[in-house]
Design a protein around this ligand. Structure first.
Ligand code: KG4
Ligand code: ZN
Length: 341
């Protein structure tokens, strides 16, 4: 590998992930250990357990990745820098990854750079073979964020729209919980929605009657709850009803996001749409946004499915872009930021 070789470390929530990205050779390898099973019995992520498991898993993952990458290359690789998720996320989980990054940087005598988790998601589609050119409109939809951003270049981001309450992923997770479908909610709701009747229930389309690009998803979650409670009262609290609610809910989220993106494209005159973050794995949302871009003669860009949700490839990539632009952290100091706008 002849470019800048960056080891990425992601530990903001419940995935321990590592990746190596080289600016000339591309992504050399990546690994992820999901803690889903650890947290499943609690119905959500338990921060303290997440931190401990990151500490347990991260070093073995890095060793495994380094071995594999070295075997696949003619010469052993030399890591030039480390990029780690500095925030936002769970404080203890972030600290685990940051401390490992800083320790390795000290041992290897290379710089370590903190990366914004959402910048990672934002740039994830650029890891694919047909990356978007600047400028583009980005829809970031994850468990903690729902944002429409104008991207003019690396580091040049303008927030155009945001959720006023719950994030889109949060609404999926809460809907799943109310229907007794467990955690994590997004993939389960999507799966149920496949068998759902789109005509049985009609959910509202929040904020579409108002101008602007802001969004709101807490009402949909309440609508799911009321619909389910009525079904329980009527004795039709079946799996079919669950599927029908999931379908109606998903359609409402997809249409809301699509209309807001359309407005952003029209307002800016930009015809490239990047969609990223965990919720971008959703089939109905992908289909709706792809159709929008087809109608407009533009292009929609999504990360491959495994890079929609949390991963370290996007962190290594974002870190490499920042390092190439001259940004670096000359000290080994690190500060995790649980909140980071
Ligand atoms: O990006 P991500 O892995 O972590 C955060 O940075 O939040 O996103 C996780 C979110 C969760 O709310 C999860 O339920 C949602 O993404 N999600 C999905 C799907 N897969 C994951 N939501 C809808 N459909 C999916 N297929
Ligand atoms: Zn994320």
């Amino acid at each position: 590998a002849s470019g800048l070789t960056v080891l990425g470390i992601e530990s903001s929530c419940d995935e321990s992930a590592v990746a190596i990205y080289d600016t000339s050779a591309g992504l050399l390898g990546h690994h992820l250990f999901s803690q889903i099973e650890l947290h499943q019995i609690y119905g959500g992520v338990v921060p303290e357990l997440a931190s401990r498991d990151h500490i347990r898993k991260m070093i073995p993952l890095i060793k495994q990745l380094m071995n594999e990458v070295n075997q696949s290359q003619i010469e052993p690789i030399k890591v030039d820098a480390i990029a780690y998720t500095q925030g936002p996320g769970l404080m203890g989980a972030l600290l685990s990854g940051s401390a490992i990054a800083a320790s390795l940087a000290y041992a290897w005598k290379v710089p370590a750079l903190g990366v914004h988790h959402m910048e990672g998601h934002l740039l994830a589609p650029m890891l694919e073979t047909n990356p978007p050119a600047f400028p583009f409109i980005a829809l970031l939809i994850s468990g903690g964020h729902t944002q429409i951003i104008r991207v003019d270049d690396i580091g040049q981001y303008k927030l155009l729209g945001d959720t006023l309450d719950d994030a889109a992923g949060e609404a999926f997770d809460k809907t799943a919980k109310m229907l007794g479908l467990g955690y994590p909610g997004g993939p389960i709701v999507s799966k149920y929605a496949l068998n759902g009747d789109p005509d049985r229930y009609h959910f509202p389309r929040p904020m579409l009657d108002r101008p602007g690009l802001d969004m709101s998803f807490s009402g949909l979650k309440t609508f799911s709850l009321n619909t389910w409670q009525n079904a329980v009262k009527q004795g039709v609290d079946t799996d079919q009803t669950r599927a029908d609610i999931c379908r109606a809910f998903e359609l409402a989220v997809a249409e809301t996001l699509t209309v807001k993106c359309k407005r952003a494209l029209i307002a800016t005159g930009i015809n490239r749409l990047v969609v990223s973050g965990g919720v971008s794995a959703n089939r109905a949302i992908r289909a709706s946004l792809t159709a929008l871009m087809q109608q407009r003669g533009g292009e929609a860009y999504f990360p491959r499915l495994e890079f929609c949700t949390d991963n370290a490839a996007m962190i290594a990539f974002a870190g490499a872009q920042r390092l190439q632009a001259g940004q670096h952290n000359p000290t080994l100091n690190f500060s995790a930021k649980a909140r980071w706008p």
